[in-house]
Write a new protein. Structure first.
Length: 586
């Protein structure tokens, strides 16, 4: 195989080998000079630079938090650096010392810094202390610490355990011997109560808003309703049966205070107190818990990572959680569970972010307030976008008479039968109309028509009699023979008339109340009537009132006219015979 062809054939393998070598060599090359190391405080706000990848992320988080506590209690600083291998001929002590000074570990005026350096391939551990810790951590104690804790663990290749034990031992030694710097000398001791006062103010403000919002939701709003008249428009042509509504829902269907759901009143003012109160509670809890952990090292339960995570996560999301609980009273019932899931998702995100930030970083007042303001703005906006449309007006409504202001009461079956007119009862029995109504609760019995309000639902298809306005109209069909005369124009002066007999279907409307009958051809050609056409109409009613329709409406005086001006009525004139006449074959 030619040389270049072999190169092309094995190129992927060669590239993989080159990248692997570079990947392995790069960390070693980075250890050649301390200038190649990035200060972990500037990189991620932590205390650890783990280039040898000896520490799991859980261990790094735990160590960062423990060193944060050390810094908060004594202002001493402890850094941890790991690398795979030192450069050939390079002293571990000199490299650690240069790295210590380059990073500037410890406070400038106190020189209270400590560096723990681990070189894995060289199997070397170095601990460098600042000048201010020469008496607190003498070299003999450090050698003893390395031999009794770190070396034994590293020999078992338990690097994480060895680093944790060394960090804990150094931190405890410094906290026991260095002066406490939790509260500066110029600040009163009462400063430690400020976070709890902020938390109490937040609780009070949140409770005030919650009580106001709940009182708003349980308070009753009066809605005036008419107690005299009849509604024939709201349920016209509607498939909603009146009987399917409870009485309060029927009133709400007819009389809604606002035009649309999204315009309905929401207690935003009261809810804002809840949000701000919960936000202040979160700030107070985070800062108060942090000071408590610093001032009470003997309280082991509160020093644990899991405890700190839970408290910080709760404090970061308590304002959202509290606001969600109160706002749930104003969420539409049909969207409650969907809205709850969105609420919990937003709360969970805020809890995770807050737990991470405050558990592994020192929550100074300035940083805490700035980040909590950002939390508040972003969380409030996300909440309004995600669940704002799910809110609705949920106050209890009290329906009262527009005349006296007293509550209204639904008519029972007996009262309804007494106030309905005979034609209305007949239409109801024929399932053409449906009725419900109400009256003032303290009205004098027996009832009159003027003392009640009726809601009428017309059940399509329904027709009204123009003569008596009754809806008790029956529909039927029949077939009749019609003689149709057709005039054809031969020329400008002559016309030819022809006749034909056709069967035509007619729709018959019979009023069960007054007895009038009306019929019309389904092709709208001829219409017949049994009485005066001015007295009856088969008009279709879609709203409870008589309304004219070209497709299904006719009156008894409809005629069919020809070009000569002759007209034939839509039915015979009603004459009689005694049998006279004659016939013949042809």
């Amino acid at each position: 195989m030619p040389f270049f062809k072999r190169i092309a054939w094995n190129l992927p393998c060669l590239l993989g080998l080159v990248f692997s070598i570079l990947f392995l060599v790069q960390p070693i090359g980075l250890a050649q000079s301390v200038n190649d190391w990035v200060n972990p405080r500037q990189e991620n706000g932590g205390w650890i630079s783990d280039r040898a990848d000896l520490l799991p992320w859980q261990t790094e988080h735990h160590l960062n938090r423990r060193i944060n506590i050390l810094d908060g209690r004594t202002s001493a600083e402890l850094a941890i650096a790991t690398l795979l291998k030192l450069a050939d001929g390079q002293s571990a002590h000199e490299f650690a010392l240069n790295l210590f000074n380059t990073w500037g570990i410890g406070k400038r005026d106190a020189n209270n810094g400590v560096l723990l350096l681990v070189s894995q391939a060289d199997r070397r551990i170095e601990i460098i202390t600042g000048q201010g810790l020469s008496e607190t951590l003498p070299d003999a104690d450090i050698r003893h610490l390395i031999q009794q804790t770190i070396v034994l663990a590293f020999q078992r290749q338990e690097y994480a355990a060895g680093v944790i034990q060394a960090t804990t031992a150094i931190a405890q030694r410094l906290e026991a011997q260095l002066p406490n710097t939790i509260i500066p000398s110029w600040m009163p001791t009462a400063f430690v109560w400020i976070p709890w006062i902020v938390a109490l103010v937040g609780v009070g403000l949140g409770l005030f808003g919650s009580i106001q919002a709940i009182a708003f939701s349980v308070s009753r709003v009066q809605v005036s309703v008419p107690t005299e008249g009849i509604d024939t428009k709201t349920f016209a042509n509607s498939s909603d049966q009146l009987a399917a509504y409870s009485f309060p829902k029927l009133l709400a269907r007819l009389f809604t205070p606002n035009e649309r759901d999204w315009q309905q009143e929401i207690p935003d003012h009261q809810l804002s107190y809840v949000w701000v109160g919960g936000w202040l509670l979160g700030i107070g809890l985070i800062q108060g818990f942090w000071l408590f952990v610093l001032m009470h090292p003997q309280a082991e339960v509160w020093q644990r990572d899991a405890t700190a995570w839970g408290i910080c996560a709760f404090a970061s999301s308590v304002w959202l959680l509290w606001g969600t609980a109160v706002a749930s009273r104003f969420v539409k019932r049909e969207r409650f569970w969907q809205s709850l899931l969105r609420h919990l998702l937003i709360v969970a995100v805020a809890a995770l972010m807050g737990g991470y930030l405050w558990m592994y970083h020192i929550p100074t007042w300035s940083l805490l307030i700035v980040l909590m303001v950002c939390f508040f703005i972003v969380g409030w906006g996300a909440w309004r976008i995600a669940v704002g449309d799910d809110l609705q007006f949920r106050r209890q409504r009290e329906y009262c008479s527009d005349r006296t202001g007293t509550p209204v009461q639904e008519l029972n079956t007996e009262e309804l039968d007494k106030v309905l007119k005979p034609d209305e009862k007949l239409a109801r029995s024929m399932e053409k109309l449906e009725f419900r109504g109400w009256r003032e609760a303290e009205v004098t019995l027996p009832l009159t028509r003027e003392q009640i309000y009726l809601v009428q639902r017309s059940i399509p298809p329904v027709w009204s009699c123009k003569h008596c306005q009754s809806f008790a109209v029956k529909q039927s069909e029949r077939t009749v023979e019609k003689t149709i005369e057709i005039t054809k124009k031969i020329n400008r002066k002559q016309k030819e008339k022809t006749t034909s007999v056709k069967e035509i279907k007619q729709t018959i409307y019979t009023c069960s109340s007054c007895g009038f009958v009306d019929a019309y051809d389904q092709r709208n050609t001829f219409v017949s009537s049994s009485n005066d056409s001015n007295d009856y109409s088969s008009e279709y009613s879609g709203t409870g009132y008589s309304s004219s329709s070209s497709d299904n409406t006719s009156s008894c005086d409809n005629t069919s006219s020809n070009d000569d001006g002759n007209s034939s009525t839509s039915d015979f004139g009603g004459g009689s015979s005694d049998g006279g006449g004659a016939g013949s074959d042809w």
